[in-house]
Design a protein around this ligand. Sequence first.
Ligand SMILES: C[S@@+](CC[C@H](N)C(=O)[O-])C[C@H]1O[C@@H](n2cnc3c(N)ncnc32)[C@H](O)[C@@H]1O
Length: 282
Amino acid sequence: MSIDSTWLRCPNCFADLSPVDDRVYGCERGHRFDRSKHGYLTLLPPRAPRTLGDDREMLAARAAVLGRGAYLPIAEELARTAFSANGPVSGRPRVADLGCGTGYYAGHLSAARHEASFLLADRSPHAVRSALRAVPGATGVVLDIWRPLPLRDEVADVILNVFAPRNPKEFARILRPGGRVVVVVPRADHLRELRSSGLLVDVPAAKANAVTEQLAAAGLVRISEVPVQYVLPTDSDTRAMLAGMGPSAHHAGSLPGIPADGSADVTIAVDVLSFELASPPG
Ligand SMILES: C[S@@+](CC[C@H](N)C(=O)[O-])C[C@H]1O[C@@H](n2cnc3c(N)ncnc32)[C@H](O)[C@@H]1O
């Protein structure tokens, strides 16, 4: 139930947030935020849009499939890229997972680097709650990635952004010089079998390049790109979840030519990209 307020600024006036008492956080201008009984803060700006993020059913389905190790190779590459030798490996790295979902990836990184400290953030309160269970002791925040982030300048050594919305200008602002942003995006082949059966829309070709251009415009230069590709044997429940549906959507796991309860291989194909701040000219 801990909140490390050194991550945080007020979503209203952007002044630093600090504890007011053991449950309330506030800024010098008098804005106040209660820690929920589940241990997170909701830091949304005034008139936040009504986007809610993932619901409980989607999170449970994702947790089930991730728990079976379906995306373990992605988590392993993410940890390698985040903590590689020329990255922020010394001391106690501060890792912000923006769009953390169930906290699966942060949990993996936390097991790889016990001394790292984590901020877990998502628009969905259910997600933040679940992520805090994956990384006890982390700071949990409900926020909107599309808006100015309630996070202080130069506060993160590593920003994780896995299959989640991006805000390049804000990522550049909160990243410490020498830190890195690690982004996972699908390749055109990702879940190819589900796409060709019409269960999912296509991934735009060259998504990694589009994201690279988007981040470059905010002063973040790509320093690595690692493709992760493998074949995942799936049952119909796993296919339904991979298609973004709850486990109850049993029929959604059907593939042409495969009995609904049959097993089938599905292609997993993503790019793990890392970025750092461009050096100032001169
Ligand atoms: C596809 S899920 C990925 C979750 C997690 N990174 C993973 O890969 O397991 C996208 C996540 O982004 C969150 N999200 C969607 N829109 C958001 C927004 N505007 N601000 C913050 N989080 C958002 C959703 O609630 C969801 O948890």
